[in-house]
Design a protein around this ligand. Structure first.
Ligand SMILES: Nc1ncnc2c1ncn2[C@@H]1O[C@H](COP(=O)(O)OP(=O)(O)OP(=O)(O)O)[C@@H](O)[C@H]1O
Ligand SMILES: [Mg+2]
Length: 336
């Protein structure tokens, strides 16, 4: 009796819990996820800064790769944060996405393997990219240069994740023209939904004029802090407006997630047993399984419904029907 109590107590220590979670995470990572029928090109976008675009891009990409898929991250932000987080050098001389977009260099010439994670590749961004928004203006097919580069890339890939800068300029437009799916990370904070209508209208514009396949397939709640009422309120509001798109898994606020980039790592390699790593593994699993839910095609369930009934949501506001009511969420609780 006493022995089993002692064992229970040991099992319940933080270290034991972490070890157990690590074993579980590594075990599940090895299980494998279904391969999409064709490469899924997912644009991670939100013009609001600091909402977790880069963190989501690199950690989802690593999670998918750790499940045995082949994944390319395209860093489309001059800050080069995704490149840093994946341990890829991105000083000014490194061949980068700038050379692809502005100089017409093949993507294959700039893609690098990520050392820690098999099956994961990165196209880095350097500071040169800061000038690309202006340089692209005078170039031929300025909106579709990334799409052309991806189409010419012959390596077999299951996923391409594009990390966008916090703006809706030509770089983001290039991503929207190149992808089929948009993934929007939403931070569970005050003003979380501000500006979202504008992003959704841009997605509609690109879909109408340049890329009929484009749709918002996924919304991911990030930096969720279960201790605050505000986070729960924001999450509830987002889930009400985007019933189909929001992943069940929300990413918790986690020190491990924020520490990992300074070691040039994703949280999946930095601390595989942490809640942050587990939540990204679970979100990646959901993302991958959703596509299978419609018969292994590259389109999502959400996209198919959207073409018909817009998921039964009211249609007022902008072209998307998401516009006006969401420009600001209605909580009165201040920042905490
Ligand atoms: N779940 C999380 N828990 C704790 N910190 C996080 C989490 N997700 C992101 N962060 C931290 O929040 C900050 C912003 O995240 P990130 O760089 O991913 O956002 P972003 O949308 O890409 O920003 P930008 O708009 O500047 O490109 C970073 O310092 C990151 O480490
Ligand atoms: Mg970023």
């Amino acid at each position: 009796m006493q022995d089993s109590e002692t064992i229970d107590q040991i099992d319940d220590t933080p270290i034991a819990r972490a070890a157990q979670a690590a074993v579980q995470a590594i075990g599940r990572a090895g299980e494998g996820l279904p391969r999409p029928a064709a490469t899924r090109v997912i644009v991670v976008a939100n013009q609001k800064g600091g909402v977790g675009k880069t963190t989501t891009t690199v950690n989802l990409a690593a999670s998918l790769a750790m499940h045995g898929l082949r994944v390319l991250v395209i860093d489309l932000d001059p800050q080069g944060n995704a490149s840093t987080a994946l341990g890829i050098d991105h000083h000014a001389e490194v061949p980068s996405i700038y050379d692809v977009l502005v100089e017409g260099k093949p993507l294959a010439d700039v893609v690098q393997p990520v050392v820690d994670v098999e099956g994961l590749f990165c196209c880095p961004a350097t500071i040169d990219l800061a000038g690309a928004e202006i340089e692209l203006v005078s170039l031929v097919a300025r909106e579709s240069r990334l799409q052309r580069a991806i189409a010419a890339y012959e390596q077999p890939l299951d996923y391409i994740l594009i990390d966008c800068p916090p703006s809706l300029g030509l770089l983001t437009v290039n991503a929207l023209v190149a992808g089929q799916e948009v993934l929007i990370p939403i931070q569970c904070e005050y003003y979380a939904l501000e500006g979202l209508g504008q992003l959704l209208r841009n997605v509609e514009l690109v879909r109408a004029h340049l890329n009929p396949a484009l749709h918002v397939s996924t919304i991911l709640l990030t930096m969720y802090d279960a201790r605050t009422r505000l986070a729960a309120q924001v999450a509830e509001e987002v889930r009400t407006h985007f019933q189909q798109e929001v992943l069940h898994t929300a990413i918790p606020r986690s020190v491990r997630i924020s520490e990992a980039p300074s070691y040039g790592q994703t949280v999946l390699t930095y601390d595989p047993g942490s809640t942050g790593a587990l939540s990204y593994l679970e979100a990646a699993r959901e993302l991958a399984m959703r596509a299978v839910g419609v018969g292994g095609t590259t389109g999502s369930l959400v996209g198919q419904q959207r073409d018909g009934q817009q998921n039964g949501r009211p249609q007022g506001g902008g072209e998307t029907g998401h516009g006006a009511p969401m420009a600001q969420h209605g909580t009165t609780e201040g920042n905490r």
